[in-house]
Design a protein. Structure first.
Length: 317
């Protein structure tokens, strides 16, 4: 998607590139890079006219239709079609890649009945997560265990949303985390996608505890969104200088050991069995300690560092 201020900062260091803001599309020639500041618009809010601005070799920051694909309701509808077609891994049965889900408010009554059934039949109530269809940065995400607690933006204002079963997460150092991968789509027909070798691991600022009525609203342990966790007093920031120092320390340790892991991090205590358990991954492999402390405890880390730690702990191949 991109950030226009960041793009301008990059352009300032390239002598042969200039920014051209087209007040009227017909005033410009075909450009080499078209940056879409908003959905299908250029700065100033003028709708794009592809015939005027785009040539066969023009690079565009947004592909038409991408925002619809990223919409949570549209995504669940697409997954439902995959289930209906019988594609493996999409069913609601064991072995599915996706949790049971409901589109709201269309399936609100069905969802309420399911929540109530789970609450009555289980000694411990099941937990469900509700997300606005077009939401971002963790805004208005809610965890519920009772049908009466479904947020009013669904029941009253009928804002589109998706509800899913809340899956017990894989933990690393007793914290919930996710891996954000970056892909570049260079062609849609034929489809061509490039996956960046590096990415971002985002950690909750606080240790994970199984959801109950007392901690459902603790977003610092249940949601990995940076925009939320940076507000926690337990969020661990790393400055640019600290990041470069950590990379240099990891590279030096890697060279000394002759190990082929790209980076490493000592987040969890060593000597705890090196097993993958319901409480998380614990570091027990001696080679996982070669850069211990480089990124330890940071709430945002390079994926390569986390994958190196997981590999050394025997959690992944």
């Amino acid at each position: 998607m991109g950030n226009l201020d960041l793009l301008r900062a990059c352009l300032s260091g390239l002598s042969e590139w200039t920014e051209e803001i087209r007040a009227e599309p017909e005033h410009g020639s075909i450009c080499e890079v078209l940056f879409c500041d908003r959905w299908l618009s250029i700065p100033g809010g003028i709708p794009l006219d592809y015939r005027q601005l785009v040539g066969w070799h023009t690079a565009i920051s947004r592909i038409e239709g991408m925002s619809h694909a990223a919409d949570k309701v549209n995504m669940e509808q697409a997954l439902a079609r995959c289930r209906d077609a019988g594609l493996p891994g999409y069913s609601d049965e064991m072995g599915s890649y996706f949790p049971l889900a409901w589109i709201l408010p269309e399936q609100l009554s069905e969802f309420k009945r399911h929540v109530q059934k789970k609450r009555f039949e289980a000694r411990r109530s099941s937990t469900f997560i509700i997300k606005p269809s077009d939401g971002s940065e963790g805004e208005n995400i809610r965890l519920v265990r009772d049908e009466s607690k479904i947020p009013k933006y669904v029941t009253k204002t009928l804002k589109p949303a998706v509800a899913q079963e809340y899956i017990p997460p894989l933990l690393f150092g007793d914290k919930k985390f996710d891996l954000r991968l970056y892909a570049l789509v260079t062609s849609v027909a034929p489809l061509e996608v490039w996956l960046h070798e590096e990415g971002l691991a985002r950690f909750c600022a606080e240790a994970y505890e199984p959801p109950d009525d007392d901690n459902l609203s603790n977003s610092f342990s249940h949601l990995t969104n940076y925009s939320l966790n940076k507000k926690s007093q337990h969020f661990v920031h790393m400055s640019a200088a600290q990041y470069h120092q950590a990379c240099e320390a990891a590279a030096a340790a890697k060279a000394n050991l002759g190990h082929d892991l790209p980076l490493d991090v000592g987040d969890a205590p060593a000597g705890d069995g090196g097993s993958l358990t319901s409480r998380g991954v614990h570091n027990a492999h001696p080679k996982a300690e070669f850069a211990a402390g480089s990124f330890a405890g940071c709430s945002k880390r390079p994926i390569s560092a986390v994958l190196a730690e997981l590999e050394a702990a025997g959690a992944i191949d």
